[in-house]
Design a protein around this ligand. Structure first.
Ligand code: SF4
Ligand code: SF4
Length: 247
């Protein structure tokens, strides 16, 4: 159903770097147009004014959930939001926050000294572990065009489709040399969801897998190729887990 203006839109942030918010703010030519249609109620990076008690039509969630208080805020947000959209790898898979898992307590005290011992925290979790998620916008950070398209389509009562092919397809379309084949580089393009136009391989950098895993990913074959390229089992597992959940 097409939403009627003014449409209440809110962005909520949990454990994250705010890079996803910044990506939307960087869409400067489109922001005036967006502001004509939506009433922005919460947007931590852009305003300190919070519309705490407003009903929200579209709620964008950035970040993974790492503390009981974040979980409480997420549940409260879900209750007042009509459509909840998880934005970015942190929200979708726990993202780079999940790099520190088993050694979490040790890492906390390393960063925050003795105060780290008192911090009530748990291993980073994707938003969908706790609440219903109506839509997803992948990437770390998401592509600006994909962000705008997804929001625009939601405003018109639909949901923007996502690519179902792997990054390799976009890389081939762009006629890049294959870094895995040529340099034995540990590129995750074969199992990663496309939609970024092979942003990293275009620059000669192996895909890091930030957009999440494509359906029917052939992990076994990719692991075999990585082993042939000289990676150990531990190297491979670190690589595959860099952006959190890989299922
Ligand atoms: S998904 Fe990436 S860009 Fe977005 S908040 Fe997390 S770390 Fe930052
Ligand atoms: S460089 Fe990476 S993304 Fe490009 S074709 Fe090779 S494996 Fe796929």
């Amino acid at each position: 159903m097409k939403l009627k203006p003014p449409i209440n839109l809110a962005w909520i942030r949990f454990t994250s770097c705010s890079g996803c918010q910044l990506m939307l703010l960087n869409c400067e030519p489109s922001l005036a147009e967006l502001a004509r249609i939506v009433a922005i109620r919460d947007f931590p990076l852009a305003s300190s004014t919070l519309g705490k008690n407003t009903e929200i039509d579209i709620g964008l969630v950035e970040g993974s959930i790492t503390t009981p208080s974040e979980l409480e805020r997420l549940l409260a947000f879900r209750r007042k939001v009509h459509l909840l959209v998880a934005v970015g790898a942190c929200a979708l898979t726990a993202g780079v926050n999940s790099l520190v898992r088993g050694e979490r307590r040790q890492a906390m005290t390393k960063v925050y000294a003795e105060q780290g011992d008192d911090w009530n925290t748990f291993p980073p979790q994707p938003v969908a572990h706790f609440v219903k998620v109506d839509g997803q916008i992948p990437g770390c950070p998401p592509e600006p065009g994909e962000l705008l398209n997804s929001i625009g389509t939601l405003l018109n009562g639909g949901w923007a489709g996502h690519q179902v092919m792997p990054v390799c397809m976009e890389c081939r379309i762009n006629e890049n040399p294959c870094l895995l084949e040529r340099d034995r580089a540990p590129c995750l393009g074969p199992i990663t969801l496309a939609g970024c136009n092979a942003r990293c391989p275009n620059l000669g950098v192996p895909c890091e897998g930030c957009r999440g895993v494509v359906a029917e990913a052939n992990r076994d074959e990719l692991c075999r190729l990585f082993k042939t390229a000289g990676l150990t089992d531990q190297d491979i597992s670190h690589r595959l887990e860099r952006f959190g959940e890989t299922t």
